[in-house]
Design a protein around this ligand. Structure first.
Ligand code: NIG
Ligand code: FE
Length: 415
């Protein structure tokens, strides 16, 4: 008889995030001395070994001992800009001498420099550089990764960035999902904003929506980017085209963006550094996931941390993502973002783990992952430590031993 089932056993702690975060400070169940039974890339059973042995015929199952290590679901990074060209290291140096992210953008730096770099970089080079980052993310436990366009600012150049994302999605082993991002208005069109928005609605967005891997539309709502009115127009068109909505809101100023995201029925409202209490309450009363991006706090310094405790206490479900991008968060490390969500943004370690697993799944509208419950995808991470909290305890050095996607190892650390 060929083995079709695999039983991972001798798991010291198996972390099962709850499907919904709810109000609990501990939105997950930890099972000691656990096992995980998988078949055809799906979870068949997860929980106590004794129970699984009682309930399942394991005669032909292949048994793999994890020797007292812990297991968490595959990490889900629901917000990244990891496909980009060039670097903006000089901007970091400028900030260290007193400039700000905003003053640099106003002086002609920032996002538009990444647009010029995208223009002058070949598709091959673009893919090659992004691949290194994605492989690093994979080695840190990520099994599902969202990647945005938004450095094109024209139909032709957005297509180039989306082509790169598609090439990576086809050739890398993790599940990559693309988003078309309305990022900023090009400098030379800022006096004629409505023309730019019209072209985005009639060409950029429909072209992107035709691609099978583009599931989402995101809009940067901010004083230097799109207004709430422009965002509303784009959001309606995106929905008409079958795309799900995500928004960058309240990053640099409180623009009532969280309320806008809730009113527009967005899947997620991302950033939220400056969100007011009404915004938090609006998100809590909606199905929109509050996504925090602590990499921006680390990278930009100053007042750039979101208050995730306020969001949770208001009743929001909180996801955590890297926002990996060259300007505001050159951070590829999702476990590190979880650590910062706890130490800088007020989450418990259990909420932080929920945020980088099930929270990410919900921020992407994916119901088939993030909890390791029966029937879900068998995407999981083996930690080289008996305690699951080790994933947050050594910032920048999470003990990731194995990363498994649909039952197959996609990363094994070298001993
Ligand atoms: O999520 N806020 C806007 N977009 C990105 C930054 C992009 C950049 O600076 O290149 C963000 O922080
Ligand atoms: Fe972003």
């Amino acid at each position: 008889m060929p083995e079709s089932k695999t039983l991972y056993q001798q798991i010291s702690q198996l972390v099962l995030p709850h499907a919904e975060e709810g109000k609990s400070l501990s939105p997950l169940t930890v099972v000691d001395d656990a096992a995980l039974l998988i078949e055809k890339g799906l979870v068949v059973a997860s929980g106590e070994l004794g129970q699984i042995e009682k309930e399942h015929d394991l005669t032909n199952a292949k048994r793999i001992s994890l020797h007292g290590k812990s297991v968490v679901p595959g990490l889900i990074d629901s917000h990244s800009h990891v496909v980009f060209a060039g670097e903006r290291m000089d901007e970091m140096a400028m900030r260290a001498r007193g400039d700000t992210y905003e003053s640099i953008a106003q002086a002609g730096g920032g996002i538009v420099r990444s647009v010029s770099a995208l223009e002058s970089t070949s598709l091959d080079e673009l893919v090659k550089e992004a691949r290194k980052r994605i492989q690093h993310m994979k080695s840190l436990g990520v099994t599902t990764l969202e990647i945005k366009s938004g450095y094109g600012l024209s139909p032709r150049l957005e297509a180039k960035q989306l082509d790169a994302i598609e090439i990576l999605a086809r050739s890398e082993e993790l599940d990559i999902r693309a988003t078309i991002l309305a990022h900023v208005i090009p400098k030379d069109q800022r006096n004629n904003r409505s023309n730019y928005v019209a072209e985005f609605l009639s060409k950029t967005l429909p072209d992107a929506a035709e691609r099978s891997r583009v599931y989402y539309c995101d809009i940067f709502v901010e004083s230097g980017a799109f207004t709430p009115e422009e965002a509303t127009l784009i959001a309606h068109k995106a929905k008409e085209l079958g795309l799900k909505l995500k928004l960058h809101v309240d990053q640099l100023h409180d623009g009532n963006g969280a309320t806008l995201a809730a009113n527009l029925g967005a899947l997620s409202a991302d950033h939220l550094e400056k969100t007011n209490l009404q915004g938090a309450q609006a998100l809590a009363a909606s199905n929109t996931i509050a996504t925090i991006l602590p990499g921006c706090g680390l990278f930009l310094g100053g007042e750039n941390w979101p208050n995730a405790r306020t969001l949770r206490d208001a009743g929001c479900s909180v996801a955590i993502a890297t926002d990996c991008n060259p300007g505001s968060s050159m951070v590829m490390d999702l476990p590190l973002c979880g650590t910062m969500a706890a130490t800088q943004c007020g989450l418990t370690l259990e909420e932080a783990l929920w945020g980088i697993t099930r929270g990410g799944a919900k921020a992407l509208g994916l119901d088939d992952r993030g909890t390791l419950q029966v029937g879900e995808r068998a995407d999981f991470v083996v930690l080289n430590h008996p305690n699951w909290k080790s994933i947050f305890y050594t910032p920048g050095a999470a003990p990731i031993e194995q990363v498994i996607l649909q039952g197959n190892a996609i990363y094994l650390s070298t001993p």
